[in-house]
Design a protein around this ligand. Structure first.
Ligand SMILES: [Zn+2]
Length: 344
């Protein structure tokens, strides 16, 4: 008959041997062999211990039973834990446990089409000596209108066209205030590009947005003439759009005189006329002109000595043509499925 003392020794040895065997197992097969040896229903060592427990004298049973149960729980849990560890490390080794599982989507950030166009424009003008200038989006009426030669009764000053914050403080309607701020701060020669967001009191429809991107350029120096304007902008259009033909049309802007709009041959119909260019064969890409002397004077620049030219364009419009986007709202929807298509 097994004594209580002998039983305790056997239990302790069982615990020690079982834990060591599980720890030594490095594959699921080895662990299963160890399980059968120690925890197997038919001939496992735990089963023998259980039989020995039943054969103990009655008065020894309660204490021995508690000890046995503790060891049983401990060894069973050790086996389960080792099983989980082995499963995890074999999955790591294989790279993926289940090759039929759908792959996880890898999200990569991408630049917005408008940002791509702005960067391209900046890159072209950088080679011509232009640098970037930025300004505030909240402006005073003077910087946004008055200094730029807008007459006091100009419709753009109306609260129906401009988003006023209070009195004469408003959200800028164009990036032109940056021209004024630059002229005030730095003496000529000046060659800057001013990209940024501008705000209009427009409905959000297929071709209008209350907020959109604009980019303007300004060049002021001695002896600058319309020839410089035409040469630089023609060169720019060829770089941006390929070898398309260009033309200048007389126009009117308050801050330039004379003013001209620049058209490029329609990229879709190559000049033969299509719905996109309303049958004209041309599409407008920018407005430009010689800086009005009163704008230079408002900034404190000697208009007798210095002349300059400026242009402004909407990179969103270029992006819509380039990526064949029919609705301006798509540009501002932040729909990742759309952004992925133009991502690079
Ligand atoms: Zn066309």
């Amino acid at each position: 008959m097994t004594t209580s003392e002998q039983f305790q020794q056997d239990t302790e040895r069982f615990r020690f041997d079982a834990l060591a065997a599980f720890e030594r197992s490095t594959t699921a097969e080895e662990l299963e062999a160890a399980r059968i040896q120690f925890l197997g229903d038919r001939s496992g060592q735990m089963r023998s211990l259980q039989q020995a427990l039943g054969a103990l004298p009655k008065e020894d049973k309660p204490a021995a039973g508690r000890a046995f149960n503790e060891v049983k729980t401990l060894v069973t849990e050790a086996h389960a834990r080792r099983g989980r560890d082995l499963a995890r490390s074999s999955a790591d080794r294989a790279g993926a446990a289940d090759l039929t599982m759908p792959a996880r989507h890898v999200w990569r950030g991408a630049k917005h089409p408008v940002t791509l166009v702005i960067e391209e424009i900046v890159e072209i003008f950088r080679e011509l000596g232009f640098t970037i200038a930025l300004g505030p989006q909240v402006e005073t009426e003077w910087y946004n209108f008055g200094s730029l030669n807008f007459p006091p009764d100009h419709p753009a000053l109306d609260a129906h066209d401009t988003l006023y914050l209070k009195d004469d403080v408003l959200l800028r309607t164009h990036t032109s205030p940056v021209q004024m701020r630059t002229l005030q701060r730095f003496p000529p020669p000046i060659r800057i590009l001013a990209p940024g967001d501008v705000f209009r009191r427009d409905f959000f429809d297929a071709s209008h947005a209350p907020m959109f991107s604009q980019i303007e350029g300004l060049c002021v120096d001695e002896g600058i003439s319309f020839v410089d304007l035409k040469a630089m902008l023609t060169n720019f259009a060829r770089r941006l759009l390929g070898s398309a033909r260009t033309r200048f049309r007389p126009s009117y802007f308050t801050l330039t005189e004379p003013s001209a709009e620049m058209d490029v041959e329609c990229q879709l119909c190559k000049g033969s006329g299509c719905p996109a260019c309303k049958g004209t064969g041309w599409s407008e890409i920018l407005g430009s002109g010689m800086v009005h002397p009163s704008v230079l004077e408002a900034a404190g620049v000697d208009a007798e000595r210095y002349t300059g030219w400026a242009f402004g364009m909407g990179p969103g419009r270029i992006a819509m043509q380039r990526y064949d986007i029919p609705d301006i709202r798509i540009l501002y929807d932040s729909d990742v499925r759309f952004l992925e298509q133009s991502a690079r």
